[in-house]
Design a protein around this ligand. Sequence first.
Ligand code: PRP
Ligand code: MG
Ligand code: ZN
Length: 221
Amino acid sequence: MAEERLRIAIQKSGRLSDGSFELLKSCGLKVSRGRDKLYGRVQEMPIDVLLLRDDDIPAFVADNACDIGIVGQNVFEEELLSETHEAPAEEVMQLGFARCRLMLAAPKEWNFDGANDLASKRIATSYPALTKAWLEREGVEAKVVMMKGSVEVAPRLKIADAVCDIVSTGATLDANGLKPVATVFDSEAILIRNAEKFSAEKQAIFDALIKRINGVLRSKD
Ligand code: PRP
Ligand code: MG
Ligand code: ZN
């Protein structure tokens, strides 16, 4: 019988990528990457690594293409709220890196005075479900404009009045003449898993990995 291997999805490149590789390394796992660079194998444990776009990771894990994944809570929560899967992936644990905030931001010259100022305005975002949920909580009706990237440019192009996007250092907002005005969601990297029961063999690999991750996180406290 072929050896069972646990498949983990991590971000190919971007804010989570380095931290994800670093975590695996701290767990004593070295990823040897194939020439296509989208698939890697771990030598020390029966684990395969898939390198994906972060936005695809929740669906890949939900659909069983991967067993587990490392993704931003923001991306995971957006997927949960948009209810595209009957059995979505499940959050296992927070990983303590790639901390950021999903924030509403407005042009610096806007004398912003609270959520009500957004009434009947247009908000550009890659996170429409999280943004709409926040607007609903605040009791504000606004139009949400979906953009897959370069969201911060929308106000200057008059596509939107404000944006709702990820803020880490704040440099991107600043460079685009925007200022943060409200926090919609606090985020960090999380580990997610497929909702179905693993085989005994896979569960054992999973347990061993979790033990190593917990060891790494504890040593950082
Ligand atoms: C976010 C956001 C900005 C950047 C902000 O992108 O869309 O581009 O980070 O970071 P800063 O506050 O440090 O300038 P993200 O890394 O999530 O990448 P993606 O949108 O391409 O997936
Ligand atoms: Mg992305
Ligand atoms: Zn799917």
